[in-house]
Design a protein. Structure first.
Ligand SMILES: C[S@@+](CC[C@H](N)C(=O)[O-])C[C@H]1O[C@@H](n2cnc3c(N)ncnc32)[C@H](O)[C@@H]1O
Length: 416
């Protein structure tokens, strides 16, 4: 179907010049005043795009580039046969070389900070922000230590189409750690399973969990910090096989060591670890502040809290609180508490205005913020700026190569 000049409908095909990258794994194009978010393309390309979805109130359209008329530098052959228009939705940038992928992520970060924190990040930090490879990453493939395969009605394992519940049966996943496929998960699915999770922990053997009925074991993860931060040493933590853990094998130690470097916790200090999961930041902070200090880890999930309690049991100066962060921080402020340091690692939605206000009221000398969404981080940096805290450093990591996702670590200090 070829579209008329004005009304584009789902299935319409148009030729467009592709503009800048936008947050979410697509680029912006315009057609007779309408905004299209086009996947599978690059800024500067000319493509034929097919409309896949009309956004709310028709304010924008989503589209897939199905034919490249003029390619931009950085375009490569997709290494994965399951990636592309209408196929697996797991990766956004398989058609882009790694250096160009990181440049796209950098552009997204700069744009989000400009829009949501009113901050020219380059001018503010006095340097360019680069999106760094996570140490140990080789070619952006084979890094994913946790994969959830869906199972279709015929019992075939696969991955979801973009923005869809449809399942694309696959025979490989190139971003998965090769040990994921080594479990034989794509060949043997038990009848009745709706999904199957494969977890490759850093300690012990890979684990396969059939959803909904398979047992969910506990796995162990080692965070090798000794070479990076000698006073901390390696951490080893238990985590439910389906619980939260950073999926790139180099990620946890990179983020923990970055936070420790910036916060420089001192013996005797009091620290908060918010959205603590199974307590990886709390464990590192506990070793630095020592028994004269105090660490409070706050986590909402029951299972994660139980694991955090086990992981931190040997450090009597750590308290693990199961609660929502907004409620727990409100309580601390009402009690007139103060702390020396805060680490927060919220989910994609970020911390929000009230939590940021309460963090500032606790008067920490530094805040370490670990974020998986540059938009939420930028917004919260804006809220913290209103409360007298300034962004003093930021690093961005390509913890999810081939996808549009990334991880950022930021540090804020009281505004002088
Ligand atoms: C991105 S994970 C970080 C976990 C941990 N810091 C780590 O690095 O392994 C976010 C955690 O926040 C928890 N969480 C989400 N919303 C929460 C809330 N409102 N209050 C408390 N915990 C929350 C989730 O259960 C999850 O464990």
């Amino acid at each position: 179907m070829t579209a008329g000049a004005d009304e584009l409908v789902v299935g319409a095909s148009v030729e467009v010049e592709v503009g800048p990258v936008a947050h979410g794994g697509h680029c912006v194009a315009r057609h007779h005043g309408q905004v299209l978010f086009v996947r599978h393309t690059l800024p500067g390309e000319r493509v034929r795009a097919v409309v896949t979805e009309i956004g709310p109130r028709g304010r924008f359209l989503r589209a897939d580039a199905v034919e490249v008329l003029e390619a931009a530098p950085g375009r490569v052959e997709r290494p994965c046969p399951w990636s592309g228009p209408g196929l697996c939705g797991g990766c956004d940038w398989q058609h882009v070389d790694l250096t160009a992928q990181r440049a796209l992520k950098r552009a997204v970060i700069l744009e989000q900070f400009s829009r949501l924190a009113d901050l020219d990040l380059t001018a503010h930090l006095g340097r360019e922000v680069e999106v760094e490879a996570v140490p140990g990453d080789r070619d952006g493939l084979g890094w994913r230590t946790r994969v959830e395969f869906a199972v279709d009605q015929d019992g075939r394992p696969g991955l979801r189409r973009h923005r869809s519940h449809d399942i694309v049966p696959v025979d490989t996943c190139l971003i998965a750690d090769p040990r994921v496929l080594g479990t034989g998960v794509l060949e043997t699915i038990h009848p009745g399973s709706t999904a199957v999770d494969v977890i490759v922990p850093s300690v012990g053997e890979p684990v396969v969990v059939e959803v909904p009925d398979g047992p969910v074991p506990v796995v162990r993860e080692r965070v090798a910090l000794s070479a990076l931060t000698p006073p901390v040493g390696d951490l080893e933590l238990e985590v439910s096989a389906r619980g939260f853990w950073q999926v790139h094998p180099g990620a946890a130690r990179t983020f923990v060591s970055t936070v420790l470097d910036w916060l420089a916790p001192q013996p005797g200090e009091r620290a908060l670890d918010l959205y603590a999961g199974v307590g990886v930041f709390a464990a590192a902070l506990a070793r630095r502040v020592g028994p004269q200090g105090m660490v409070t880890a706050i986590e909402g999930d029951r299972v994660a809290t139980e694991h955090a309690r086990d992981n931190l049991a040997a450090s009597g100066w750590v308290e693990v609180v199961r609660d929502r962060v907004d409620r727990a921080t409100r309580r601390l402020v009402r009690a007139g508490s103060t702390v020396d340091l805060v680490v927060l690692d919220p989910p994609r939605t970020g911390a929000g205005r009230q939590v940021c206000r309460d963090l500032a009221a606790l008067r920490p000398r530094a805040i370490g913020y670990v974020a998986c969404d540059p938009a939420a981080l930028a917004r919260d940096v804006g809220y913290l700026a209103e409360q007298g805290y300034t962004l003093t450093d930021l690093r961005a990591f390509d913890a999810f190569p081939m996808t549009h996702h990334m991880e950022l670590v930021a540090v804020l200090h009281p505004t002088p």
